[in-house]
Design a protein around this ligand. Sequence first.
Ligand SMILES: [Zn+2]
Length: 331
Amino acid sequence: MLLLSMLLCEALYSQTLTFYYFDKPAVISANFNTGQVSEEPGFDKVLITAANVATFKRSSPPNLVAVYTKLNNTASPLRKSADRLTTISNTIITNINFNLVNDNTGLTANVAEANQFFCRSYDASTALQVAWPCATNSGSDGSVRFGENAAGRNDFESVVIHEISHTQTLSDAQGFNSRYDKGTNYVRIAYGGDAGHYINELQADQQLPMDEAFGNFWGGVHDPVWRTATIAKFTSNREYLLGSHSLLSGTADMWTAPHSVLVSGVVPAIQPGQAFPFFSANGYTLTLISDNLTTGGSRYEARMYRFCDIPGKYVFNSEMLTELYLHLFHK
Ligand SMILES: [Zn+2]
């Protein structure tokens, strides 16, 4: 009877994994014939099916193919970890779309932020915009997105687990405070006024740190090397960052708690060709992304706080500390 129940649960919780491959239109049409215009400007996409999977494996970048192969092998460690995670949403999510992009020659430059489908990161070594791993969900579908560039990381299995984790939890319907990147509903203050996303930031709320910490925690459960490296970060970095355009900078007990100043100064004017102003001080260069920032006059300051100086009610505004609690509890 117990066995039967478990089998039923598994059947109820199962989620389909669907894969789309994105590449330049000429490549898609040369290899697959049947591509379609994709959500990412300059790219077509194709649904990977039994009929074209051999073509995909033969013609597509090796790291994307490797991840695809592992996720489609129910006996692989990656798929086993993924199957544990896909029970989290109960029956709300029924399908996850994996969007795999060949970003070896970069994503299309100068695409308006609202039209970007993949999350972008600038790779200084190649001077290209590449597809940084990210995930969303909507209705009953999860969506995971990444490029060949990221899939080549040694720890990429844990990154995939992290992104799958994001598909299982409800996102903030309003978008307030919960994301730093794009969209007209978003207030860009979750990670402060700079474009960086640091694990030791004190964020605007506790939902986003929980989401991120959960993803990293599952990554650590999947990969002991990742877990050991993560815990080492906690023990080597005991200071927590808060920028002056983040929500908690408006709470006096947090902002004025004992701290050191990382950077402080007047925000410079936006230079030709820049979307946002750069801000440099004390050897740090930050790209400020707040839409509400008045340049050439307002000030920006980033402060560092020791754990023992963070008021208790803000401890879980840190994804780093939230993740550490999860690891310690799990032990
Ligand atoms: Zn994340």
